[in-house]
Write a protein that binds this ligand. Structure first.
Ligand SMILES: [Zn+2]
Length: 274
């Protein structure tokens, strides 16, 4: 599933190419991926003529800022891909949304999603309300280790479940949670409120450190992630914990373990993560 670094990689690709382009036509809409009760015709009516002014991200949510105070939210769900392709060709398999954009060379903004867990929402006057329930962005938000300590305090939930909770910090998913906890030498099963001050400092540093590394390597392409130009990322080559159960821990050499936290398969070292 695309997490913060993958969505940021897509955002940077779109930011290079989208601002200044105008929607011409909505070629494809998947009603199942619109908010409940939304009118599929709204996108077809309201988008043509609007200019794309900016591409923003909060956690795993992308927002295209449009002219006349409109906002188009894109959420990639489990298997979403957002790419900018040439226009005119047939829509590829699993092409759920397709937007034709004007420019020297017309382009198609394409949202493919095999499993249809992603979503698209057009709002006016403000971005989608879904952003309001999110905590600060885990990488770029204004939070400190002292803020993190306050968020953790008193919680008995396992540390990994805390990291996955988008209401605390937004953007961390299953892969980066395992990598952050391995790097911070903290067990995913540890009660979140039980960390010492030093451990909180370590955790805060690794949250930003691992996510920044994911962005630097242009995302993690374990399954189907590609950037806005359709290219895979490189973070998968650096994985130390996620999906490595049974393989030796790079720090202590003992085989990595597997457990389940918050319903998610979790790779960790039971020896050097405590
Ligand atoms: Zn180890």
């Amino acid at each position: 599933m695309p997490e913060l670094p993958e969505v940021e990689t897509i955002r940077r690709g779109l930011l290079e190419r989208l601002p200044g382009r105008r929607f011409v036509e909505v070629e494809q809409v998947e009603p199942f991926m619109l908010p409940e009760g939304a009118e599929p015709g709204l996108l077809r009516e309201a988008l043509p003529g609007r200019l794309i002014e900016d591409v923003r991200r909060h956690g795993k949510f992308l927002t295209l800022v449009l002219s006349d105070d409109a906002y188009l939210m894109l959420h990639l769900g489990m298997t979403g891909q957002v790419t900018l392709t040439s226009s005119g060709a047939d829509l590829p398999k699993h092409g759920r949304f397709a937007f034709l954009l004007e420019g020297d060379e017309p382009r198609r903004l394409l949202f493919r999603d095999m499993r249809k867990f992603g979503g698209v929402e057009l709002t006016f006057g403000r971005p989608t309300r879904r952003l309001e329930s999110l905590g600060p962005d885990a990488l770029e938000g204004e939070w400190t280790h002292a803020d993190l300590a306050r968020m953790l305090a008193g919680r008995t939930t396992p540390l990994k479940a805390f990291l996955l909770d988008q209401r605390r910090l937004a953007g961390i998913g299953n892969i980066y949670a395992d990598e952050i906890l391995w790097a911070a030498r903290l067990s995913p099963l540890r009660p979140a409120g039980a960390l010492s001050e030093d451990e909180v400092v370590r955790l805060a540093a690794e949250i930003r450190g691992r996510l920044a590394e994911g962005v630097r390597l242009r995302g993690c392409s374990i399954s189907d992630f590609v950037d806005a130009e359709g290219r895979p990322g490189g973070f998968q080559r650096t994985l130390q914990a996620y999906g490595r159960q049974g393989e030796p821990c790079a720090r202590c050499g003992r085989p990595l373990d597997r457990t389940v936290v918050a319903g998610r398969g979790t790779g960790y070292c039971a020896v050097c993560q405590s």
